[in-house]
Ligand binder design. Sequence first.
Ligand SMILES: [Mg+2]
Length: 209
Amino acid sequence: MIKYLLFDLDNTLYSSHHGLEEKVGHRMREYAAAYLGTSPEEAWRLRLERTRAYGTTLEWLMAEKGFTDVEGYLAAVHPEDEAENLPPDPELGAFLESIPLPKAILTNSPREHADRILARLALGDIFTHIFDIRETAFKGKPGREVFERALSVLGVKAGETLFIDDTPRYVTGFTALGGRGLLMDEDNVCADYPGQRIRTLRELANYLG
Ligand SMILES: [Mg+2]
């Protein structure tokens, strides 16, 4: 029986079609390139080589490239106006409130980013907890301890929790712990994903039993 809903933030609570997360990724590439002294394309190629080892670009830079200016990175990647063009989604808030289960967020982004997004979407009161990247010393999903810490704080077992994320390896990281997972696959591009997929959060209603 599901006792908690645990949501990713970016491209899960809002559509990837708004391009917000894409711009964050672009700024990450630019920042990493400037730090490494390479082109953005080369920085991203190096990053993708190590995708399996690190959940986030920041983790990779810290672990392998001697990077230490974490707050400088986060400020550059998440400027204050980053969510300005994201439209409010009052229907989503009403839909989520109609589900009689507590809800939390687990994001690889910093808290200020989550707060901006939730303010724009008018979802500020929906979630009991927001687990961000600072709380786990910049270790992100799909790290096992990241999920385990969230579950411990929420007071639920993995098998009692439904986790929704648009990144396949984050979802499988959670299901590997015995959790219930749903892949947000808005554009139906992950046909070979072995687990359950949804294209809109409205489909959540089918997975709450
Ligand atoms: Mg996401």
